[in-house]
Design a protein around this ligand. Structure first.
Ligand code: ADP
Ligand code: MG
Length: 363
């Protein structure tokens, strides 16, 4: 079993950070995998990750290291999950979407556009296989799962089946014909996100956004396979006090913190060995962990991008992001291939999604 991939990314200083603290930064590069973090209170700490992207990193570097291997495998029916984590303003959405999902400058395109392009490239190079690519998009806002491709579905149920694991049965699934079509659909979903204003970032998203691509394929010998690629742009992980929030915004911040704590607790349970409380993993404590249950539980390749500000003014949030990443690095993954011989054949690992299951549970 391999460990999941965990990377850290430091964005450039913002003009506000420069005004507040000049050019000083709290991070000192050692190499591409390690750095020292300087905190006035805690001193100097060394961190190592699978890869560290500094302020001079390119969007393509992040895609190539973190996402390209996962994209290749999803076309071979191995699930993949890519998560961006960090405080508000740390670069999660920039890494995921780029400055905009319809960004024209190739160099600035984010993971989503590159993933979509990568999936379509992979499938066109494979002859004699029929593919269907589908997209669903949901956000978890105030512990409700909303369908971003159909806002009338504002309380999507989460279901678990023995063969297919976690499902969102009512969610809209759009068939995508090519990269341009996919980007248009992503753009309309992104416009529907709940965006609020906090002191941290004027356009910060107050919800977790989850993009689900499913890749169905059928080869000439009737073998059908299915891979799912989940991308998650999490809401900000900063402490509630730092947001200057009150009223509705305070409630949002508390709900976000609760679900990120639930994520932290799941990671803790998964990485603490078998002795802790019979190793019960509390996936059901939040919608976020429930939806990510299969990914976190091991049946998925997984990559986590810990997004950080390099400014000393944000060092305590950066430290908490890096500690989360260091802990998550101990998660093991052993993804399986999802394959059936034909419609009536015995399931090898997990069935094709159209087949029904009798042991369904609804959350
Ligand atoms: P988050 O989604 O974590 O709240 P954003 O991705 O919205 O943060 O980033 C906050 C600001 O920093 C945005 O203006 C964004 O364009 C900028 N930014 C983030 N990462 C980078 C980067 N690697 N290079 C250049 N600008 C970045
Ligand atoms: Mg964001």
């Amino acid at each position: 079993m391999a460990n999941i991939t965990v990377c850290a990314r430091f964005r450039p200083l913002t003009s506000k950070e420069r005004r507040d603290r000049g050019d000083s930064v709290c991070v000192e590069r050692i190499d591409d995998e390690a750095f020292t973090l300087k905190d006035e209170k805690e001193g100097e700490m060394k961190f190592s990750f699978d890869k560290v992207f500094y302020d001079d990193s390119r969007q393509d570097d992040v895609y190539s290291f973190l996402a390209r291997p996962i994209v290749r495998d999803v076309v071979n029916a191995i699930n993949g999950t890519i998560i961006t984590y960090g405080q508000t303003g740390a670069g999660k959405t920039y890494s995921m979407e780029g400055p905009s999902i319809l960004e024209c400058d190739d160099a600035k395109k984010g993971l989503l556009a590159r993933v979509v392009d990568g999936v379509f490239r992979e499938i066109t190079s494979a002859d004699s296989i029929k593919y269907i690519i589908k997209l669903s998009m949901v956000e978890i806002y105030m512990e409700k799962v909303r369908d971003l491709l159909d806002l009338s579905k504002d309380h999507i149920q989460i279901k678990e089946t023995k063969s297919q694991g976690i499902l969102l049965p009512e969610v809209t699934e759009l068939s995508l014909s090519d990269t341009a079509d996919a980007l248009r659909s992503l753009s309309s979903g992104i416009c529907n996100r709940a965006v609020g204003e906090t002191q941290m970032n004027v356009a910060s998203s107050r919800s977790h956004c989850i993009y689900i691509f499913s890749v169905h394929q059928e080869s000439t010998n009737q073998t059908r396979t299915y891979g799912k690629l989940i991308l998650v742009d999490l809401a900000g992980s900063e402490k509630v006090e730092k947001t200057g929030a009150e009223g509705r915004v305070l409630e949002e911040a508390k709900t976000i913190n609760k679900s990120l704590s639930a994520l932290g607790n799941v990671v803790h349970a998964l990485t603490c060995g078998p002795n802790v409380k019979g190793n019960h993993v509390p996936y059901r404590n939040s919608k976020l962990t429930r939806i990510l249950q299969d990914s976190l539980g091991g049946n998925s390749q997984m990559a986590l991008l810990c997004c950080c500000s390099p400014s000393p003014s944000n060092v305590s949030e950066t430290l908490s992001t890096l500690r989360f990443g260091a802990r998550a690095k101990h998660i093991k993954a052993s993804p399986r291939v999802h394959c059936t011989r034909d419609k009536h054949a015995k399931t090898l690992e997990t069935s094709f999604p159209s087949e029904d299951e009798s042991h369904d549970k609804v959350t």
